[in-house]
Unconditional design. Structure first.
Length: 194
């Protein structure tokens, strides 16, 4: 793969990973509401789910390209419904609401990634736009998706650190922050469905 293609792959991956998406917004909301310690299970769920979904993307691009468009079409609407539910939940949440198990669980973060159409499209677009023109080897596709998931994990971790930095301010101004986060998720749904 030429250096310019690798550079474009990384640039696309970094920009896509750092933009607001359901995982980044949920991580930011969880750390501002519950802090690092109580939010840890959710964060690790998001990270683990990200890697699993990207591996699935590599396998799909490798072998099931004719089955993929209908799956993404259905996931788009399932994901949009879940993200809308999440946006409403965030908009109405209070900092002291819920328990660690209910609000910041590993399962919640992990399952979010399976309906997060953004990361499916991210992974598939990166592979088909930058990698498959040079190699369709399963190992190359898997390695590329591991790189994408690692960049995504770094991006989500950055959102978590930002959330920890604003936690005290958040406790005082949680309502406008939650409404802003919810509106950001509504925009994610809008851009997903347009």
């Amino acid at each position: 793969m030429p250096a310019y293609a690798i550079g474009n792959f990384f640039m696309y991956s970094v920009v896509n990973a750092f933009t607001p998406g359901p995982g980044n917004i949920l991580a930011l909301n969880a750390v501002t509401n519950y802090g690092w310690k109580k939010g840890k299970p959710l964060f690790f769920g998001i990270f683990t789910g990200y890697y699993v979904v990207q591996i699935l993307c590599a396998v799909f691009v490798f072998g099931i390209s004719t089955f993929l468009p209908p799956v993404l079409g259905a996931m788009k609407y399932i994901g949009a419904a879940y993200i809308l539910w999440l946006a409403v939940h965030i908009a109405l949440a209070r900092p002291d609401e819920g328990s660690e198990e209910k609000s910041a669980s590993f399962a919640k973060g992990f399952l979010l990634q399976f309906v997060n159409v953004k990361i499916y499209l991210f992974g598939i677009t990166a592979l088909t736009g930058y990698v498959t023109g040079y190699s369709t080897s399963l190992w190359v596709l898997l390695l590329s998706e591991i790189v994408i998931a690692t960049i995504g994990t770094i991006a989500t971790s950055t959102w978590i650190v930002f959330g920890m930095l604003i936690q005290r301010v958040y406790q005082k101004y949680y309502r406008p922050v939650n409404i802003f986060l919810a509106l950001t998720l509504f925009e994610c749904v809008y851009s997903m469905l347009k």
